[in-house]
Design a protein around this ligand. Structure first.
Ligand code: GLA
Length: 387
């Protein structure tokens, strides 16, 4: 994010609220390299931060008033009272920042109000965690201003609670942790059971490769019901298998576990995805750590097949990106994020990027799909104060 963006957000704050903001903060969206739908199964994930960020200018208030404004949404300043915030009372964009204020107050933090102005460059509905960026940036700003002393992972937990309870979306912990804790030049290997983290250097350019993000422009917002169904199916699988979470199924016990599930075909497919996906995350980490970066390509592609065939959350546009990219020489490709639309990632040699991009665009045009948005992603910094 540029200094100009921070200055523009501060300037708009002054116009709206007639005073200087106390500070400006930024938090990124993310792509997930590998580890999909594993986070609510206590498993492994490996996201990295995008350069696209949600940026807020914020000042404290001591009169219980919360004022919210966004450049990205039509309409003026929304004014709420912090002591009247209630779960699922709001379905619009304001639910994310007010949910964070609610979660902080519920956790006993004396947040007595704020003036907030927001602008975000994270594409909404593209599976790139625009909501998590918005939650985390507000949490970090209030954490700093009210001197709450919470660490990144703790803020991520509070943001997840805001999204689960206040917004009403049953998401895992990956996106908020990615936005809060990622580091430039690294992917974040996160164990979602104990929240332990390892920053894995991920510098594709140095090795002559690139990672493309292809936003299919298929909005995934109608998928919440399907997301919840997958989550419930995984929990049923864990219960039938007598474990706390699918994370507890050992890789070499997968066949045995599938057998024990008998004719529960739907649950068997979900379990197979989650257990093999956790293993794929560990394979990718060990390949990256041993310098075999190109070899992660086929693992990413296997992950896509598993999400498409077993977890059943892909869509024709995502499959077309993957198939076209691979036919054009990509090292690997997969959908990323919650599914049912949103974005795919493509790992490719730098020299093949142009050909692959053109091939994907041509395939979309030929299929009559809306043109995709393609950009290169380099791991960027996590949430931070910018002024
Ligand atoms: C969404 C959720 C995450 C995670 C992914 C799938 O992004 O917010 O918690 O479950 O889907 O991996």
């Amino acid at each position: 994010m540029s200094v100009d963006t921070a200055a523009a957000v501060a300037e708009r704050f002054r116009e709206l609220y007639g005073a200087e903001p106390e500070g400006v903060w930024a938090a990124p969206g993310r792509v997930n390299l590998i580890g999909e739908h594993t986070d609510y199964n206590d498993g492994f994930v490996m996201p990295f931060a995008l350069p696209h960020t949600a940026v807020v200018a914020v000042s404290r208030r001591d009169d219980g008033v919360l004022r919210l404004h966004s450049s990205d949404v039509e309409g003026g300043v929304v004014e709420l009272r912090v002591d009247e915030l209630a779960p699922e009372s709001d379905r619009g964009w304001t639910a994310y920042p007010s949910g964070v204020v609610w979660a902080l107050r519920q956790a006993g933090h004396a947040v007595t109000g704020a003036d907030i102005h927001l602008a975000s460059t994270v594409p909404a509905g593209a599976g790139l965690s625009s909501s998590a960026a918005l939650e985390v940036v507000v949490a970090l700003a209030l954490n700093d201003l009210y001197e709450l002393g919470q660490k990144g992972w703790q803020l991520a937990r509070l943001c997840q609670r805001a999204e689960n309870v206040y917004v009403g979306a049953p998401v895992g912990i990956m996106d908020q942790t990615a936005s809060a804790c990622c580091q430039a030049g690294h992917a974040l290997f996160l164990d979602t059971r104990d929240l332990s983290q390892k920053q894995i250097p991920f510098d594709l350019a140095a090795e002559g490769m690139r990672l493309l993000v292809v936003d299919t422009q298929v909005k995934h917002s109608h998928s919440e019901g399907e997301y919840g169904k997958r989550r419930a199916g995984c929990e049923k699988g864990a219960a039938l298998l007598g474990v706390d979470a699918l994370r507890d199924i050992a890789y070499d016990d997968l066949d045995g576990a599938l057998e024990r599930l008998g004719d529960e075909e739907e649950v068997r497919r979900l379990v197979r995805h989650v257990v093999t996906e956790d293993q794929r995350v560990e394979r990718v980490v060990s390949l990256l750590e041993s310098g075999e970066t190109r070899a992660i390509g086929p693992v990413l592609t296997e992950g896509h097949a598993s999400l498409r065939d077993d977890f059943r959350i892909s869509c024709p546009e995502l499959d077309l990106v993957v198939d076209t990219a691979l036919a054009g020489g990509a090292l690997g490709a997969r959908m990323t994020g919650g599914g049912f639309g949103g974005s795919a990632i493509v790992l490719a040699e730098a020299a093949d990027v142009e050909t692959i991009t053109k091939a994907v665009e041509a395939a979309f045009a030929a299929a009559g799909f809306t043109a995709p948005r393609v950009f290169e992603a380099v791991p960027a910094a996590g949430a931070r104060r910018v002024s």
